[in-house]
Design a protein. Structure first.
Lengths: 101, 101
C-alpha cells in the first residue's frame, strides 16, 4: 500500500472501553464521517478517513484534523466539510473553521 | 491550546457503532495506549495520543501513525514503543517497525 496524500481524523468520542459518548457523537459525527467519505470519493481525492476516540476538545467538537498538512478544524458540519475539501483541493486552509492555527 | 509537536494515533479497532473488535484490540492495543502515554510523560515529550477506529490495516496491527512526521509503524508492542520513542527523541525513524515507508 501507499500512504494517502491526506489522512483525515474525525473525533467520534469513543471512550477507552469503546462506548461512543460525548459531544461529538451527539453532534452526529458518525454521519459526518459518511458524508466526508462520499465527498472524498466524488472528488477523487487521495484521502483516508479515520475516526478517533475523544480528544478532549469537546468545546470545539466535532473536530477534524488533516495530516500531514496539520490543519485542525472545529465545529465541523456538512457545509464545513465542503469548504474544507474545496480548500484542500486548492492546497489551501479553510480559515473559517480553524480552531488552532 | 497549542498543537502538539507529535500526534500519535493508535488503531483500537472501534467499529462505527463503537464496538471495539478486531485484531488490534485482541493484540491488546488499549493497554499499549496506556503504556505509550506513560512513556511520553516520563520522557517529557510533547506528544498527544489518540485512539482510532479500525484502519483496515489488520495484517500489520496494531498500527501506530506519528503525525505530522508521517511515520507509519506496524506490529507495535511495548518494545516497539520504546524504540519508536527513542528514535522520535532523536528526530529519527525506527526503521524496524515501519510497514509503509
Amino acid at each position: 500500500m501507499q500512504k494517502p496524500e491526506h489522512h483525515i481524523f474525525v473525533c467520534s468520542s469513543f471512550r477507552v472501553n469503546g462506548n461512543a459518548k460525548g459531544v461529538c457523537q451527539k453532534k452526529d459525527s458518525t454521519n459526518l464521517i459518511q458524508y466526508l467519505e462520499s465527498e472524498i470519493t466524488d472528488r477523487g481525492l487521495d484521502a483516508l478517513v479515520s475516526s478517533t476516540g475523544c480528544m478532549n476538545l469537546c468545546n470545539n467538537g466535532p473536530v477534524m484534523m488533516v495530516y500531514p498538512d496539520n490543519y485542525w478544524y472545529g465545529n465541523v458540519d456538512e457545509e464545513a466539510i465542503d469548504e474544507i475539501l474545496d480548500a484542500l483541493e486548492d492546497g489551501k486552509l479553510a480559515e473559517d473553521y480553524l480552531f488552532v492555527s
